[in-house]
Ligand binder design. Structure first.
Ligand code: FAD
Length: 431
């Protein structure tokens, strides 16, 4: 590899890294994107739904040319017990009515490969598979990276190396992850065929479903199940918070098996063929885990910066990753104009992030991580919902309480008035 100094080195060919590379390469900078996987997306995982608005800013109408799987037109959330599920479904013309509010199911292998191609077509150089071992630091300033024994220099390094970001940890920009800050996700892609999916899920053409659930899938653990429809397959997964996994006797892969066998899920998967299995960490602590975003010569983006929120009814990290990659690139372009890559100049990145939807949403939902550690949501709520729905929809001619009295007694048996008020207050605070 050459000894010459590049304009920018980006570590990590996920969504954050590829987005930064596209913007910088389009502006004419000499950009090197380094990915440790055999190809971009090889090591990446997501549940399945990409909110399109942030990529629209970089590649308008990208869905017309990108390998998206389906357009999400149907939302479903379920509270699950061992053998029951209370579903809330939503279908409306409002969902994905225009590119700016559309969301798409994606498979990262194909999608990230395509996004990296966009970066290469814009002029970025891609090195894969190459693992960056460390950052080069001179006089407190990041000046490049070391990979497979080679030293590569650049004005600035953008870290887009995912949730662990060992490189940011090496230079003390972020601490080691703690178990309560991350969840483990395990996911299987099951091929069913396009027509079978449309028929079973009540879809037409390229319409897709996003289906999240809590309760039984994670065996009462903090976490939940997910199911997204792809073109001819479905992504089925379970997410469980690391610090809470000991609460259940089940491992995460066993939780996934249990989810697939649940009576509300199994009929949809019947006859399917498993074609992919993956596991990954999800940053879950929200605003509280966002580290330093910049230092002399270096910026942190995407999951590496903790930009992800789990709202129970949806998980969002991909739109944050893309936006933060774009904003990091904007900050680098300004630093280049000023000829100064010091922390002071690169602090413009934080200003951009603070004024973007990333921080607005991370702040708005900062109470969610605490809410999602309420065991009542994963244990009591699904059971109560199941009992009440069972009462409501069962007619057996026997005497008994009205549904309202039945519900009041049921809730009183499981929780005190004080816990109930606390719980409702936490829910209100979280929104
Ligand atoms: C189970 C699960 C479900 C999720 N569901 C959703 C969802 O439905 N919607 C949503 O928006 N978000 C979801 N997320 C979150 C989303 O997937 C992430 O927020 C997003 O992928 C972050 O993108 P990124 O580019 O920052 O990091 P990543 O996609 O992790 O990319 C990091 C890249 O850096 C590379 N890399 C790491 N270290 C090095 C190194 N030293 N040298 C070279 N390369 C390196 C990796 O190989 C990888 O390609 C989910 C996550 C999980 C795990």
């Amino acid at each position: 590899m050459s000894e010459e100094k590049l304009d920018a080195i980006i570590v990590g060919g996920g969504l954050a890294g590829c987005s930064a590379a596209i913007v910088l390469a389009k502006a004419g900078l000499e950009v090197l994107l380094i990915e440790r996987g055999d190809y971009c997306g090889a090591k990446n995982m997501t549940g399945g739904r990409l909110y399109g608005h942030s990529l629209e800013k970089i590649i308008p109408n990208f869905a017309e040319i990108a390998p998206i799987e389906r357009v999400v037109k149907k939302e479903q959330v379920s509270l699950m017990t061992k053998d029951g599920a209370l579903d809330i479904g939503y279908r409306s013309a409002k969902l994905s009515s225009e590119p700016e509010n559309a969301s798409y199911t994606v498979l990262r292998g194909e999608f990230d490969t395509w996004l990296a191609q966009q970066a290469e077509e814009a002029g970025a150089m891609l090195l894969a598979p190459i693992l960056v071992d460390k950052l080069l630091v001179e006089d407190g300033k990041v000046v490049g990276v070391e990979a497979t024994g080679d030293q590569l220099y650049a004005d600035v390094v953008i870290l887009a190396d995912g949730v662990n970001s060992l490189l940011a940890q090496q230079i003390g920009m972020k601490p080691e992850l703690e178990p309560h800050q991350v969840a483990v996700g395990a996911k299987e892609v099951i091929r069913l065929g396009e027509d079978v999916i449309n028929e079973r899920f009540g879809l037409r053409g390229n319409e897709g479903v996003s289906w999240l659930s809590c309760g039984d899938p994670s065996d009462g653990n903090f976490g939940g199940g997910l199911l997204y429809t792809n073109k001819d397959s479905v992504s089925v997964g379970v997410v469980a918070t690391l610090s809470d996994i000991g609460h259940s006797d089940l491992s995460v892969p066993e939780m996934l098996d249990r989810f697939k066998e649940h009576p509300a899920i199994a009929p949809y998967l019947e006859g399917g063929k498993s074609i992919e299995y993956s596991a990954h960490l999800v940053p879950e602590e929200g605003l509280a885990m966002v580290p330093e975003l910049y230092r002399d010569g270096v910026l942190l983006t995407g999951d590496a910066a903790g930009f992800c929120i789990n709202l129970g009814y949806t998980v969002r990290g991909m739109d944050f990753a893309i936006e933060s990659g774009r904003l990091a690139a904007e900050a680098v372009l300004r630093a280049r104009e000023l000829g100064d890559f010091s922390a002071q100049t690169l602090s413009y990145y934080k200003t951009l992030v603070d004024n973007s939807f990333i921080m607005r949403d991370m702040k708005q939902y900062k109470g969610f991580p605490t809410l999602l550690t309420q065991r009542a949501i994963f244990e009591d709520l699904p059971e109560i919902a199941d009992d009440i729905a069972g009462k409501l929809f069962t007619v057996d001619g026997k005497p008994g309480d009205s549904v309202i009295m039945y519900a009041v007694n049921l809730i009183a048996k499981r929780t005190s008035a004080r816990e109930l008020v606390d719980g409702i207050t936490k829910i209100l605070e979280a929104f």
